[in-house]
Design a binder for this molecule. Structure first.
Ligand code: BEZ
Length: 249
């Protein structure tokens, strides 16, 4: 997971991320009990879980986000920890996560699922949504083309599995999958459009690349995407979501 976040910038320009997560709460079947919000960011959905009657803990590996969450919601508990290495004596009825699992490298997914199973009670549920197979395919294809034109290699930094890949992983780590859906969700971007989205989210592939080259790649990607990601004066990202509800056996 990328280590440093501009937590306030993310929160003010990309508030649609937790906004979409509100709908994910409808997939939760547990009625109260203890919940953990994995990758809680600024704590927006952690607060909604508390409002829904859960005794909730938010966990995030970003010190910037944890301090923002604590200042916004001083009545809630937040823990600074990597969710793929998070252990707890206390066992939870619900593990909830929105727009986070794709940040965990494929090689760390077993650790993530082992930890998540480990913190749930038997019969507890995992409800999560993240980028699924084909997520932002247009954007990543254009990044790859722009890198190659400069004799650079673009390594897509996210894990976007299909249902067919993820369900067996969940089963291997002790979950029974009750619901899985992969669906398109073209998502309107805020002010700054695609350029700002690229600056905020595509960090690792630009490590070691000068600012001038980075800016020219971003310009290329924005201009190549105008034909299909800019409609009626608004930028859209070609999001594909993977939504899961699984019960720990
Ligand atoms: C997503 O929510 O799918 C996502 C957001 C930023 C970068 C990659 C994926």
């Amino acid at each position: 997971m990328d280590a440093t976040w501009d937590a306030k910038g993310y929160d003010s320009s990309f508030g649609f991320v937790p906004k979409y997560g509100e709908d994910l709460l409808n997939l939760v079947s547990a009625k109260g009990g203890c919940a953990v919000d994995l990758g809680c960011g600024a704590g927006t959905l952690t607060r909604l879980l508390a409002d829904a009657g859960f005794k909730v803990v938010g966990v995030d590996s970003s010190p910037e986000f944890i301090s923002l969450a604590r200042s916004r919601h001083p009545e809630l508990e937040f823990i600074l920890a990597d969710i793929s290495d998070f252990h707890s004596e206390k066992k939870f009825d619900l593990a909830f996560s929105n727009a986070v699992f794709h940040w965990i490298d494929r090689t760390r997914q077993p650790a993530l699922l082992l930890c998540t199973a480990g913190i749930l009670k038997s019969g507890g549920e995992l409800v999560c949504e993240f980028g699924g197979f084909g997520n932002n395919a247009k954007i990543h294809a254009r990044l790859s083309e722009a890198f190659e034109r400069r004799n650079l290699h673009y390594k897509m930094p996210f894990f976007f599995p299909s249902i067919g890949e993820y369900v067996p992983m969940l089963e291997k780590y002790g979950f029974q999958v009750r619901y899985a859906n992969l669906f398109d969700r073209p998502t309107p971007l805020g002010e700054g459009g695609l350029g700002k989205w690229l600056e905020m989210f595509i960090k690792r592939p630009f490590e070691g690349i000068g600012e001038d080259v980075k800016s020219s790649i971003i310009r290329d990607v924005v201009s190549a995407s105008e034909k299909d990601l800019f409609r009626c004066g608004k930028w859209y990202a070609d999001y594909v979501r993977l939504r899961i509800r699984a019960v720990k056996l």
